[in-house]
Design a protein around this ligand. Structure first.
Ligand code: NAD
Ligand code: UDP
Length: 314
């Protein structure tokens, strides 16, 4: 990894992952510009950074072009939770596609290295398990998740085409479900929903039978993977980053009840359309190319830290 201090742009910098990335980049001695339209991000996530001479916050929407003189760009701007990205599906497609074009245009002009936050959703409801990067996926192009899944797939296409056609220096990460402090309490994702429900003594809402699986990565492990991928020269990606530990939603609900000590009950609600039945990353490539990167925080430990955060919020 480079020891040189750089000026780095983080789109979506006031969001859950973006704010942790800003913290990490500043800690590594870089100058950071966080760009955000505050659709799902919050100033409170980066309030502790405001006023620092090495940090700037810019309110801007990535569907409109922008110009900065930077050395690296992390493109994270996009709502990530299903209720938020489905709230205005057309805007979600614009954010992914026009957001990618605008940041790639900037990277082309400035010769900055540019990093795309892609997603395990590009695998859709996967027919291959666990999912390696070579799997092309099983995605519904016209369903309620398509604005996000297909938007992210087109963004990957654009990154690869700018790389092949214009020699833009790209990195692509496929992020599997990540959780931790600073998730929005009303985010709608399963980890924050269960914790907030347990802490408020409300029923934990399992969608469907609860036997669908996800693999949950603690945020610090993910950010370490981001920085390693961005600062190595061997591969562009796409590369999976996630924790291969796989849990059913029923197991997650029970663990949340145990760790919060809550007396809440588990209830079942209808399963939303196109909800993937199983998901687990194959992280062989990340281990090979990212200096033996592996997740270090087990679900129970990470959930404990996340619960401690939410106790201060609800
Ligand atoms: P988040 O919703 O907390 O953060 C997204 C940020 O982008 C927010 O601050 C939001 O205000 C901002 N944003 C949205 N649309 C924008 C626009 N048009 N212009 C400018 N800013 C905009 O979600 P997150 O979990 O931090 O996700 C960050 C990135 O990582 C997203 O691209 C998401 O698709 C990807 N990702 C996250 C996960 C996960 O489990 N957290 C999994 C896969 C992929
Ligand atoms: N889920 C659930 N209860 C909730 C929220 C989500 O059972 O209150 C389920 C959801 O149907 C999915 C899994 O948990 O099967 C993960 O959902 P999330 O929205 O966190 O992420 P994604 O589906 O995008 O992986």
């Amino acid at each position: 990894m480079s020891n040189l201090a750089m000026r780095i742009l983080v789109t979506g910098g006031a969001g859950f992952l973006g704010s942790h990335l800003c913290d990490r980049l500043l800690k590594d001695g870089h100058e950071v510009i966080a760009l955000d339209n505050f659709f799902t991000g919050r100033k409170t996530n980066i309030a502790h950074l405001l006023g620092r001479p090495d940090f700037e916050l810019v309110r801007h929407d990535v569907i409109d072009p922008y110009k900065f003189e930077v050395d690296q760009i992390y493109n994270l701007a996009c709502p990530a939770s299903p209720p938020h990205y489905q709230y205005n599906a057309i805007k979600t497609v614009k954010t992914s596609v026009m957001g990618a074009i605008n940041c790639l245009g900037l990277a082309k002009r400035t010769r900055a290295r540019v990093f795309q936050a892609s997603t395990s959703e590009v695998y859709g409801d996967p027919a291959i398990h666990p999912q390696p990067e070579s799997y092309w996926g099983n995605v519904n192009p016209i369903g309620i998740r398509s604005c996000y899944d297909e938007g992210k797939r087109v963004a990957e296409t654009l990154f690869m085409d700018y790389h092949r056609q214009n020699e833009v220096d790209i990195r692509i990460v496929r992020i599997f479900n990540t959780y931790g402090p600073r998730m929005h309490p009303n985010d709608g994702r399963v980890v924050s929903n269960f914790i907030v429900q347990a802490l408020k003594g409300e029923d934990l809402t399992i969608y469907g039978d609860g036997l669908q699986t996800r693999s949950f990565c603690y945020v610090d492990d993910l950010i370490e993977g981001f920085v390693r991928l961005m600062n190595q020269d061997a591969v562009t990606g796409p590369i999976n980053i996630g924790n291969p530990g796989e849990f059913t939603m029923l197991q997650l609900a029970e663990l949340t009840l145990k760790l919060t000590g809550s007396a809440s009950k588990i209830v079942h609600r209808p399963l939303p359309g196109d909800d993937p039945k199983q998901r687990r990353p194959d992280i062989t490539l990340a281990q090979k190319h990212l200096n033996n990167w592996s997740p270090t925080v087990a679900l129970e430990e990470g959930l404990g830290r996340t619960i401690a955060y939410f106790r201060t919020q609800v």
